[in-house]
Write a protein that binds this ligand. Structure first.
Ligand code: ADE
Length: 224
């Protein structure tokens, strides 16, 4: 898989992709992540990517030309399955969307800033608009990082334990059950006996019941 992220603040994403699972996924060849500086696609000497909004009002708007130039130069090299715009007014991200995107080959993710992008960018280039929640971030970079992380960890081979992503919260619309590790007793608080029993079928059954119970209490909407 290849993920191209377009941003006017590329340095913001550096450390995020340089550590832990996301770094290993790139070194292992499971994913190639390329961050593109939108300012490299401007035509004016000040490398401006934004301008005042027509009709007035506070806040700058990201211009279409640098974005068009960047997306077109990427599309000239390979076909893209989706051109995604991270925006608080997009469709709220969930595990189903993440699963579906993890099956794609090539993705472009555009990070918004200021008041957002010129509406014509959305009309002409964007195939999917995604929000990571009902709150407004200063820019789309964190949202792009969240989306990339959620996708990349699902790619076969990326996680050490292949079954691990399948037992995440939200797979099967259930929250994950509680987990424990050593010591078996901490200041009088014991790990549930069943988990120490070695009885695999009973443990699976217990975990499923716990997952159901947790979902019923915390996120009943997932069971609808
Ligand atoms: N950009 C700013 N806020 C955002 C959000 N909540 N989701 C996606 N992109 C954003």
């Amino acid at each position: 898989m290849k993920i191209d992220i377009i941003t006017c603040l590329p340095r913001l994403l550096d450390s995020f992709f340089a550590h832990s699972i996301l770094q290993r996924a790139q070194v292992g060849g499971y994913v190639e992540v390329v961050v593109h500086d939108l300012r490299d696609y401007t035509a004016d000497k000040h490398r401006r990517v934004d301008d005042y909004a027509f009709g007035g009002g506070a806040g700058m708007v990201m211009q279409i030309e640098p974005i068009a130039r960047c997306i077109r130069s990427l599309q000239a090299e390979r076909p893209y399955d989706e051109v995604i715009y991270m925006t608080p007014d997009g469709t709220r991200l969930n595990q189903q969307t993440t699963n579906a995107l993890s099956l794609r080959q090539n993705l472009i993710i555009l990070c918004g800033h200021y008041k957002g992008v010129d509406e014509r960018v959305r009309e002409l280039f964007i195939t999917k608009e995604i929000s990571i929640g009902d709150y407004v971030l200063s820019g789309g970079e964190l949202a792009a990082a969240v989306l990339s992380d959620a996708i990349i960890r699902l790619l076969p081979g990326v996680l050490n334990d292949e079954t691990s992503a399948l037992t995440d919260s939200f797979q099967d619309n259930l929250l994950a059950p509680p987990v424990y590790t050593r010591p078996a007793e901490f200041e009088g608080h014991r790990v549930p006996d069943i988990l120490l029993s070695g009885h695999e079928a009973k443990i699976d059954e217990w975990r499923h019941e716990q997952a159901l119970e947790r979902t019923r209490i915390r996120r009943p909407d997932l069971l609808d």
